[in-house]
Write a protein that binds this ligand. Structure first.
Ligand code: TRP
Ligand code: SF4
Length: 331
């Protein structure tokens, strides 16, 4: 039997290059080796998007994100694509796991502290946001996930998931849950266009569905080696973000050539960025065509999700049977 993968993304906006190179490429690559479950984490989104009318954007974002997943190569014939809120067992398991999770574990999670500082206006001082990683543990454990392809920032949540799984198994004397391992892509640290951490809120991203003219403009505005002031100055590719992006879009030989030419001032930054823009557009064009086709056929997307929800529900129901047996049986 194949080992299982469970992973998810919060539908809080459009997906960008960071999602693609940090997570999605792994979702696609691991489809043969594992039985995969890929989830729209709409309840997770709600923990920070509940105020006023924010929640109303979640279903639209979900469709847009799923179109990107499939356009990027997630194959609904191989993998189960589903929506968290369509499988109520996530909430049920979340409640049970929350009984055995000490508050201290949650208060220590770095993403929690950061959110309290940066997202205060979103109302993340609520009860659900503290329990965010417990819901995530429920997501993973409900499918007995062995491997969880995620971005680097999620590794503390996986550590917590393992602790919760261990505590459940030992406390109830039943080996219901395996301990899941995180999996990073080869490029987990791709920076934003300005060299800072890539994030929608910093405005330093390129969306997968970004208009081609905007892609070109953004690439041409990227930060380069700050010490290279004149065209005749030799550059240092090791500290140049444009060079890092070239690494993703070029074969090794071309990447090595750019490195040499930069160090010897044989290539200028304007030219170097123009090449990157061209390569990025060539790379993203077919993805955007598939994305557009998917978004223009809502019935097809609905059918994919319905099928995925049904398959996910089967597995979830089976696990919850074992969980109830472990927790409540009187033997
Ligand atoms: N917390 C993840 C993120 O923000 C999304 C997520 C929810 C997830 N449930 C998950 C990721 C389960 C992996 C496994 O990106
Ligand atoms: Fe960066 Fe290219 Fe300029 Fe070198 S030539 S500093 S790699 S943009």
């Amino acid at each position: 039997m194949k080992k299982r993968i469970l992973s998810g993304m919060r539908p809080t906006g459009k997906l960008h290059l960071g999602h693609y190179w940090g997570v999605l490429t792994n979702w696609v690559a691991l489809q043969e080796e594992f039985e995969c479950f890929y989830m729209v984490a709409d309840w997770h989104a709600l923990t920070s998007e509940w105020k006023g009318g924010s929640a109303r954007a979640i279903p639209g974002n979900a469709r847009d994100n799923v179109a990107d997943w499939i356009a990027a190569g997630v194959d609904p014939e191989k993998s189960t694509i589903f929506v968290q809120s369509a499988v109520p067992q996530h909430a049920e398991l979340h409640l049970i796991l929350s009984c055995l999770t000490p508050l201290g574990w949650l208060e220590r999670v770095p993403t929690y502290k950061e959110a309290q500082q940066k997202l205060a206006e979103k109302g993340v001082d609520n009860y659900a946001f503290l329990g965010y990683p417990v819901l995530q543990a429920a997501d993973i454990l409900l499918y007995k996930g062995n491997v969880v392809p995620v971005g680097e920032d999620q590794l503390p949540h996986l550590e917590l998931t393992r602790e919760i799984a261990r505590r459940f198994n030992s406390n109830f004397g039943a080996e219901v849950f395996p301990e899941p391992q995180g999996r990073l892509t080869p490029n987990p640290r791709l920076q934003g266009l300005d060299g800072q951490r890539m994030s929608k809120s910093y405005g330093n991203t390129i969306d997968l569905g970004e208009d081609p003219a905007a892609v070109e403009k953004k690439v041409k505005g990227m930060f380069t080696d700050p010490n290279r002031k004149k065209r005749s100055d030799p550059g240092n590719p090791a500290i140049c973000n444009v060079f890092a992006y070239h690494g993703i879009l070029n074969a090794k030989e071309r990447h090595a050539r750019i490195e040499m030419d930069c160090r010897e001032a044989k290539i200028g930054c304007v030219e170097c960025k123009a090449e990157l823009a061209g390569k990025m557009l060539d790379w993203v064009r077919p993805l955007q065509e598939r994305r557009k086709a998917l978004l223009s056929d809502p019935a097809k997307l609905d059918a994919i999700l319905e099928r995925g929800n049904a398959r996910a529900s089967e597995v979830a129901a089976q696990t919850m049977k074992e969980v109830r047996e472990a927790v409540f049986s009187s033997r």
